[in-house]
Write a protein that binds this ligand. Structure first.
Ligand code: CO
Length: 140
């Protein structure tokens, strides 16, 4: 990919880790009046998710699933919950990965895309390379 070519597209979602998914989903539905999805268990990612559908993006509510869930430590540090990651859309996830690696970013989990919550390939980028925020990229 040529240097300077646009890579990231739309904000796909912002993910919030929460200690109680049922309570968080009910709060978004009842207090904020949001449209929410049914809970979806993703054992490969160690989370159960509920999506809050907003007109311009989504909020992904995450609760740990299983003992070695990647968000257990996050919730130990943030017991009330908190912002866990942002997800940007890309056209070609392998091209995006190669460019990121060339630019010095660390790709988590060995660098091979996994299928994410929307059935599309995703990768996660080290928060230390993105100013303290875990970044997910998703091929759309
Ligand atoms: Co996500």
């Amino acid at each position: 990919m040529a240097y300077g070519v646009k890579m990231i597209g739309r904000l796909n979602h912002v993910a919030l880790a929460v200690p109680d998914l049922g309570k968080a989903a009910a709060t978004y539905r009842d207090a904020l009046g949001a449209q929410i999805s049914a809970p979806l268990a993703l054992p490969e990612h160690g989370v159960t998710t509920v999506f809050v559908n907003l007109p311009n993006t989504k909020i992904e509510l995450l609760e740990p699933l299983g003992a070695d869930s990647p968000i257990v430590k996050f919730l130990e540090r943030n017991p009330d919950g908190g912002m866990h990651h942002v997800c940007y859309e890309v056209d070609d996830i392998r091209a995006a990965r190669d460019r990121l690696v060339k630019q010095g970013a660390r790709v988590l989990g060995g660098g091979e895309p996994k299928i994410g919550a929307h059935g599309k390939p995703v990768l996660f980028l080290h928060p230390k390379d993105f100013f303290g925020t875990l970044v997910e990229i998703e091929q759309v």
